[in-house]
Design a protein. Structure first.
Length: 499
């Protein structure tokens, strides 16, 4: 579940070697894992290994020798001169008793499988010259591709394409995933990812102390709010969702229903009076209360049973929404800010951040998409194509003092302290109008039950993706709350949460 940067993975290797496992033993295990994956991908036919000058190429040589020992027809193309290889890679090359082919794209031929062992995860500069031509030729060949550690051309920490990158059918990585296996566009280039055990003890993680995790239930299962058999709806909190005016009520209702389905004991929609009839006629289990002014909103929150708020979906951009947010923060309520609430602070983001930090132990989640993110964090937006989404969200969380959730097919959640999760379970049909409103509500439903903000945001993202999978193609936002019970059952039954 831990995700390691390239530097952290190198440290895991060093710690393992220092504990007595030779580096070449790790390379042998890695190459054998690649060979196993290659046998699965291509049961017959010739196999080509394209090897680079570093340890990634060494893994490729070990795989080539293992495959040849199993009777497969194998060829190796090497980027550099064989005699120039050093260290463990040189030892691995000595185990290959056959010639190597010149580094020429025409040497690829028509293999049944190409093993990409060219660069691996450590690439930090643009691919140029002959390697670029080779990668383009691999992609054009049509044969399935098995990437060693990461497709060549992908930066392991950021997931960026360094000019050009191999499009793999499958990727074999070692010990733990790297950010590029989860972040786009790297994840698209990886194909299926299998993680091989090569003899690195998980105890090294205690010294490395990674701060990034794949967003899956084992990361947050201990915080999941399981209702007690003797519990009551009032034990599970009361969420308030702020509605917009008469022409903009649907988003808040989607959010309110998401909150209730995620487990909030009660949910009330704070509705302007001109929209009260519309909201009341469209809601049943969600209550409706007339709230026009900030003073009325403050009066409502004077009842401490209202412990969580969602502000933003359809709320309108401007001073009123800004004042509602500042009121909720001043009254120290758990808070999810989305959409219009974020845009309302576009001209004064520091005012929002200062108000968040003035709260004692703030449980605040900001949920921008890529269009909204630069309105609050203009200098750390995605203007540079090689800038890491993970790094951007971490920086935003530290600056704002809130948990920041940057939506997308690779949604990242980060806390001000630097913990982060990356989700990879959202299907493409989740990109539909109103889905983000439901997500905001789901997170509020978890906050209402006392789940800390980082865990609530990470849970909400995972459940959101799983609900979309459950609903299937053709999903609309209204479907998401209705399939959440099936997701909950999955959590209870498959992951043993609450047992």
């Amino acid at each position: 579940m831990e995700v390691l940067t390239t530097a952290e993975m190198e440290r895991a290797d060093r710690l393992t070697i220092a504990a007595g496992t030779p580096g070449f033993a790790l390379m042998m295990s890695a190459g054998q894992a690649v060979a196993e994956a290659a046998m699965d991908l291509a049961e017959e036919g010739p196999i080509l290994v394209v090897a680079g000058p570093g340890n990634n190429g060494g893994d490729g040589f070990v795989a080539a020798a293992e495959l040849a020992a199993r009777g497969r027809e194998v060829s190796v193309i090497l980027l550099c001169e064989r005699d120039s290889l050093q260290g463990d890679a040189a030892s691995a090359a000595r185990g290959w008793k056959y010639p190597v082919l010149p580094f020429n794209s025409h040497a690829i031929g028509r293999p049944a499988l190409i093993i990409d062992a060219l660069f691996g995860a450590g690439l930090d500069r643009a691919v140029k010259g002959e390697p670029l031509e080779m990668i383009e030729a691999i992609n054009a060949n049509g044969a399935p591709v098995l990437a060693v550690d990461l497709p060549s051309g992908i930066n392991g920490t950021t997931g960026a394409v360094m000019g050009v990158a191999v499009r793999a059918t499958e990727t074999v990585t070692f010990f733990r995933r790297k950010p590029a296996h989860l972040l786009l566009p790297g994840r698209i280039h990886c194909g299926r990812v299998r993680v091989a055990d090569i003899g690195i003890d998980a105890g090294v993680l205690e010294e490395i102390q990674p701060r990034t995790f794949e967003n899956i239930p084992p990361v947050w299962r201990q915080s999941f709010p399981v209702p007690r058999i003797d519990g009551h709806k009032y034990d599970r909190g009361h969420a308030v969702v702020v509605s917009g005016g008469l022409a903009a009520t649907g988003a808040a209702r989607l959010s309110a229903r998401g909150s209730l389905r995620a487990g909030a004991g009660l949910v009330t929609l704070a509705s302007p009076r001109d929209a009260l009839a519309v909201n009341a006629s469209a809601l049943s289990a969600v209550m409706v209360r007339a709230v026009d002014t900030v003073v009325e909103f403050a009066g409502m929150l004077g009842d401490k049973r209202f412990n969580t708020c969602v502000i933003g979906p359809g709320a309108g951009v401007g001073g009123r929404t800004r004042d509602l947010v500042l009121t909720a923060l001043s009254m120290k309520r758990s808070l999810v800010l989305d959409a219009d609430a974020l845009t309302s602070f576009a001209d004064a983001p520091d005012r929002l951040f200062e108000a968040i930090k003035d709260c004692h132990d703030p449980q605040v989640v900001l949920t921008p998409h890529e269009g909204e993110f630069p309105r609050l964090f203009s200098d750390i937006s995605n203007k540079h194509p090689l800038r890491s989404k993970l790094g951007r969200v971490r920086a935003a969380a530290e600056r704002s003092g809130a948990v920041v959730l940057l939506k997308g097919p690779d949604t990242v959640v980060a806390s001000p302290e630097g913990r982060a999760t990356i989700a990879a379970n959202a299907p493409p049909w989740l990109a539909t109008a109103g889905a983000g409103d439901v997500l905001s509500g789901m997170i509020s439903g978890l906050l209402a039950q006392g789940v800390p903000a980082f865990e609530a945001a990470s849970m909400g993202v995972w459940m959101h993706g799983e609900a979309a999978r459950e609903a299937g193609p053709g999903l609309i936002a209204e479907d998401l709350p209705e399939v959440l019970p099936a997701v909950m059952r999955h959590l209870y039954d498959e992951f043993g949460i609450g047992y």
